[in-house]
Design a binder for this molecule. Structure first.
Ligand code: XMP
Length: 187
């Protein structure tokens, strides 16, 4: 991204919560933890598109093990609000029979997305185990209980963007995580 474009996007932020350096460091240590936990095991990492794409790309390069990669595409947000429904954009699920699965998402918020996907995997597939890794965990009362096994950072109850997280499809390519200025959010 050009410096000018990056500056323009970043000018729309009220606050930066986590810099690129902080994110890189945290992902490096999460990758080291996963490398220790899954040594010698058949591992498949599944990312939730679109938001988990950047996290996945950086995290798997810090997991020093053979692994397979797959994805599921779902949506549940409109603007800054959860709709309460999780829509799967594909009917076929990844082939995870006989494998340990780590499900990756950018953020754990209401818990609906990770809960719906874990439930479908457990009901319709035969994985050896399913664990969850999220870059961010939002401090809110969850609508659905989800145990996140690997968590990058805790965030307060506010809408965040950057590093894969979007507002109406934009801001995913900002290389840090922040909070948008009110003037850039349509009420
Ligand atoms: P749930 O509520 O199902 O949320 O745990 C998971 C999905 O909702 C999106 N989400 C956000 N996106 N800023 C965003 O840009 C946020 O603060 C936020 N909270 C939830 C995200 O796509 C996540 O995968």
């Amino acid at each position: 991204m050009s410096d000018l474009l990056e500056q323009r996007l970043q000018q729309r932020l009220d606050r930066v919560l986590f810099s690129k350096e902080q994110i890189d460091q945290r992902i490096e240590s999460m990758g080291a933890e996963i490398t220790r936990d899954y040594s010698g095991q058949p591992l498949t990492v599944i990312t939730i598109l679109q938001g988990g794409a950047l996290f996945m790309a950086d995290l798997i390069r810090e997991i020093h093990l053979p692994l397979k990669l797959d994805s599921v595409s779902v949506s549940s947000y409109e603007g800054t609000e959860s709709t309460g429904r999780v829509n799967f954009h594909q009917s076929k699920l990844p082939d995870i029979d006989g494998r340990h699965v780590i499900l990756l998402d950018d953020i754990l918020d209401t818990g609906r997305t990770l809960s719906a996907i874990s439930q479908r995997f457990a009901e319709e597939c035969s994985p050896l185990s399913i664990k969850v890794a999220v870059l961010l965990s939002k401090q809110v009362d969850r609508a659905e209980h989800v145990d996140a096994d690997y968590v990058g950072f805790e965030v307060g109850n506010e809408f965040v963007v950057g590093y894969g997280l979007d507002y109406n499809g934009e801001y995913r390519n900002i290389p840090l995580i922040g909070v948008l200025k009110d003037e850039y959010i349509q009420s």
